[in-house]
Design a protein around this ligand. Structure first.
Ligand code: ZN
Length: 500
């Protein structure tokens, strides 16, 4: 939708804005071919229904499946994002419920959307609960998908599409819970704020950093639920729920080798391609020392009894003086996730060198994506890498726009202990909640830096097979898991934010 004078006026005039948005949403809805809100998988000829999505899908989940399908059809691949259209769609859904939503403009074509269910006229931001999800997605390589990534195709009980899990699934679930609170006229014990952010995937100029700088007063809160944690399925059963309370910090380091340019027919000792390759190979084989953060320690303590005896034994040995080092290696080799939770990691990601087959180039470059444990410093990593590479022709440079280390969210808060862990344990047949330090980034780091106790919980039970499709090809969500997640989230929010 083109930005116009008209729209700008609309954003200022709240009442008119809602009309405009409701109209836009109606158009969007009408334009879309039947979504799951109208037709359930079971009713579609030739499409097998998902086993659990059939008779017991609560009405709100069914509606939320429809919103999710609609959101998938609005392409918000970032770059460029173009989140404003999705933000208007969400505002339109809220407007139909009589909830006033506000679009928060960031850069042209990019907006966040915020709405609030107010407890009373007296604002108490430190008590408020924020439901956060992001509108943008990572891009797709269409040729590698078996279905249209923006078609919201339903197949074998799965809804396929870019963002089905990350993060439009969570967005639709937040929307469902928020709307259900409004419809039930629940007596709130605190404000509940719905926030859909932009530019999460590249943390650029339209990201939550900018949103906080420009509009913090619109969504200031003491608590938040965001993506970041997962409900992990193993052999078809929930093994545990990882509730993200902290995350690693991202940096990029450039590796630059410089030498003499020349004719490829006469090899040179200072060929930068050779020096760069040797440096990257050393770095690729390097493993930083293990360092337990308090959250990772608690995670593994909780995990040990859930794993088979062998793995459990090695987890328990990781911190012992005699077998510790060996145990750390066994556990790191058993899972790339565990490896990365235990140490700073460095992944070489991009190589740039050469411009002609018969010319030795004067320069060759690599990018290293570094993920630090909170508390560790990039200077220490740089020092270790320089020692490792040990080549005067190779320089390492830390790139700007690094992540910020945030303090972890408290594991002692009632919200974490009483609400989230209690509800998920009940809902997932006793499978416990474990504190989780994600190796990936989320908007929560910025929130934690603003004293928000933010917890990451994508509430849908997902198998490895589905988790690995996030940011990959054929991203999909099992509809039964989606429905369950909506229900779990609804219970957590009801427990925490209503008087009962
Ligand atoms: Zn995400």
């Amino acid at each position: 939708m083109a930005a116009s004078r008209d729209e700008e006026d609309g954003f200022v005039n709240g009442k008119r804005m809602i009309q405009v948005l409701a109209g836009a949403a109606a158009l969007t809805m009408a334009a879309n071919i039947p979504v799951t809100a109208q037709v359930t998988p079971a009713e579609r000829p030739g499409i097998p229904a998902s086993p659990a999505a059939v008779p017991s899908t609560p009405a709100i989940s069914k509606e939320a499946q429809g919103w999710l399908a609609d959101l998938i059809k609005i392409n918000t691949s970032n770059p460029p994002g173009n989140e404003q259209i999705a933000a208007m769609y969400v505002a339109g859904v809220l407007a139909r419920e009589g909830i006033k939503a506000e679009l928060l403009d960031l850069t042209p074509g990019r907006s966040a959307v915020v709405a609030r269910l107010q407890r009373s006229a007296v604002a108490e931001p430190s008590r408020a609960l924020l439901l956060v999800a992001h509108l943008d997605t990572v891009p797709v390589d269409k040729s590698r998908w078996s279905v249209d990534p923006f078609g919201a195709v339903i197949k074998d009980g799965y809804l396929y599409g870019r963002g089905a899990i990350d993060d439009k699934g969570m967005l639709a679930a937040n929307l469902a819970v928020f709307i259900e609170l409004k419809r039930s006229m629940a007596h709130l014990s605190r404000d509940v704020i719905f926030l859909a952010t932009a530019d999460e995937e590249t943390s650029g100029d339209a990201s939550i950093r900018m949103l906080i700088a420009k509009h913090w007063d619109r969504f200031a809160a003491g608590f938040a639920i965001n993506e970041g944690g997962n409900v992990f399925l193993k052999n078809g059963k929930v093994q545990y729920t990882g509730v993200q309370a902290s995350e690693k910090v991202a940096f990029n380091i450039s590796v630059i080798a410089r030498g003499t340019s020349g004719h490829a027919s006469q090899p040179l000792k200072d060929n930068p391609v050779v020096h760069l390759s040797a440096a990257v190979a050393k770095i690729g084989n390097y493993s930083a020392p293990v360092h337990f953060t308090s959250i990772v320690r608690r995670y593994f303590e909780g995990l040990a009894p859930l794993e088979d005896d062998e793995i459990g034994k090695w987890i328990r040995s990781m911190d012992t003086p005699d077998r510790g080092e060996h145990a750390q290696r066994v556990i790191s080799d058993a899972s790339p996730l565990w490896n990365s939770m235990l140490r700073d990691t460095i992944s070489p990601t991009v190589l740039t060198a050469g411009f002609a087959n018969n010319v030795i180039p004067p320069e060759a470059r690599a990018n290293l994506n570094v993920r630090l444990l909170p508390g560790d410093t990039i200077d220490a990593v740089l020092k270790d890498l320089n020692k490792l590479v040990n080549d005067p022709l190779v320089k390492l440079e830390v790139q700007p726009n690094a992540g910020l280390a945030a303090p972890p969210s408290s594991l002692e808060s009632d919200f974490y202990g009483v609400m989230i862990t209690k509800v998920v344990t009940q809902e997932f047949a006793g499978a416990p909640a474990l504190p989780f330090q994600s190796t990936w980034l989320t908007d929560s780091a910025q929130l934690r830096l603003h004293n928000v106790q933010a917890y990451g919980l994508v509430p849908f039970p997902l198998a490895q097979e589905d988790l690995r499709r996030m940011h990959g090809d054929d991203e999909r969500i099992p509809l039964a898991s989606f429905d369950k997640g909506v229900e779990v989230l609804r219970k957590i929010v009801t427990e925490f934010a209503t008087a009962h």
